[in-house]
Design a protein. Sequence first.
Length: 291
Amino acid sequence: MINTILLTGSRGVIGKQLKAALIAKKYRVVGTKRLEQITNKGNDEIVLSPWSKNLDFDYEPDLIIHLAGYYGLENKPIEMQKTFDANVGLASSLAQIIVEKEIPTIAIGSFSEKYPGIEGLSYYAESKIAGKNILREATNQAGVPFKYIYLYDTYSFDTSRKKFIDLLFNYQIGSAPIQASPGFQVQDLVLIDDINACIVKLIDNLQWNNNMSSEYQIRIGKEYTLLETAEIVQDTMGFKVDIRWGSLEYRPRACFRLWDCAENLNSIEDSTTLSDGINKVWKIIKNQTKI
């Protein structure tokens, strides 16, 4: 039976909302933080550092959800170091406690691990694959379940990540124009509420006697170009956003076609459509702005 969950990445956009969803289901959630970060009052948190040889726990989690990671945008040594420390180093730190305490683990990945494109896999994708393999080997050694979930693109009322859809939601009439690529790359945008519901359902149905690893994906199964996404957001907000299409080049490995990574964890039919999700998010953002 699962009572206590160790959630890495609990301070991130997805992590904060997943933590709230788990607490609402009466789980005790222990988050993680970096050594230099101050512990949030009233929160259970531990320090999790990459490549740690000894993790000091004053409790024993029944499940690990590994959400923490880092996405480096530039091919610079400092960015590469941060990426591999977060995506490989943290997995290495968790592996020891998985083996010692025999803790089932759910880890979150990215569809980019399955999307080489013309340029091949990015070092970010390679680092995520390496971290996944470390965790899978540790759970296999411990004889406990390992579940890996590929995420595509996500959005919510928290628009702090500065993704393209966040820039749209944060735009105000008279603001500086949004610089953008020509806009024909595609996204499969999933509402974070739906992701949380899928993870909670997976936990509720976790089979302790099955130590096989499984891979899943969460997507709505419909691709939208940036151009199409912008139109839906503008229609919902009720005003035009000044977007300078073509003022930026496409990023390396920009996606112009998506494909399935694994078995669907969510029901496509019950998932929130992009139009409904954007409408829901915009109502929350407007209410927050009024406060």
